[in-house]
Design a protein around this ligand. Sequence first.
Ligand SMILES: NC(=O)c1ccc[n+]([C@@H]2O[C@H](COP(=O)([O-])OP(=O)(O)OC[C@H]3O[C@@H](n4cnc5c(N)ncnc54)[C@H](O)[C@@H]3O)[C@@H](O)[C@H]2O)c1
Length: 319
Amino acid sequence: MSDVAVIGAGTMGHAIALVFALGGHKVRLTDTHAPTLARAPGLMHAAVETLAEAGEVSAEVRERGIGQSVRLCETLEEAVSGADLVVEAIIETEDAKRALYAQLETLMHPDAILASNTSQLDIFPLVPAALKRRTLITHYYTPPYLVDLVDVVGSAETDPAIVTQVRDMLQGIGMAPLAMGKFVPGYLANRIQAAIAAEVYSLLDQGLATAEEIDFSVIHGLALRIPVVGILAKADFTGLPLVNTVLTNGSYIPPAEPKSSPTLDALVAEGRTGVMAGKGFYDWGGRTPAELFRERDRRLLVLKQALRGVKPMMGKDTL
Ligand SMILES: NC(=O)c1ccc[n+]([C@@H]2O[C@H](COP(=O)([O-])OP(=O)(O)OC[C@H]3O[C@@H](n4cnc5c(N)ncnc54)[C@H](O)[C@@H]3O)[C@@H](O)[C@H]2O)c1
């Protein structure tokens, strides 16, 4: 069992704290914004309830709650003192992260590891020299108590043994760490998602399809195959000459990287900002965000549990 400090208790921080607590580690959680820190136990409790209903956490854990495993700390000093692993999940700005890392250099134990959850910043140049050997990126996907992938990335100065140690620790708590050789902005999953998003907004902006038609195509067309054959094993099944022809014959030209989408701009201007506002592309029928998140999580859990019995096919070693 390790002592883990999670810095930032927002959308990601509280959920990462929960992942480590459920994995049997002792966690300390802090945030500079007191109301955000105060909100965290309620959010963690709701997630534990959803997981317990689906049989993913034991009745004992449900009854005990995660109160004993996650301690809320008012100060950074209290959170970090004695921690083996410090997970940074604060706002995505260079200045904030640089300032925090400078504080951590003096507060962290000389052997403790710093792991940033940055979405797209190359944080390594922001880290003081004395911390560089012990710093890496561990990038989670929301909600991390349901989505297993964690991108694990060190810099040229990170001790490779630390990358291995953190990867093994994540594997030990049921995550699916992907150790990447170098920092790639957006990692892999987010880059692929960005390419899909570019195409989707182009279709909408050109008036070629509605939101309902796009989601219908994805849900009934693409989604079933992806857990079994991903993208490239699927290409093997299609046959690579056809894949090549489709790529090169120019009958369809993917959109250039869009800088904005008039469809998105119009929705945001109308206040249709998504689930938090009750309306976005879809009308969410007056349900609260908490109700909608729980309902999404319940359905994701049904799928996740079913997918445990489905082995992905990626070549002979997986047959
Ligand atoms: N939201 C996502 O889906 C997602 C997914 C993967 C990675 N990330 C990354 O995770 C990080 C956090 O994102 P989020 O969505 O949870 O943001 P968020 O805004 O919900 O939470 C960030 C929290 O950090 C706190 N904070 C700011 N400076 C601080 C400091 N010096 N010390 C302690 N707390 C501080 C803020 O008060 C805020 O509560 C970002 O780097 C983001 O890019 C987000």
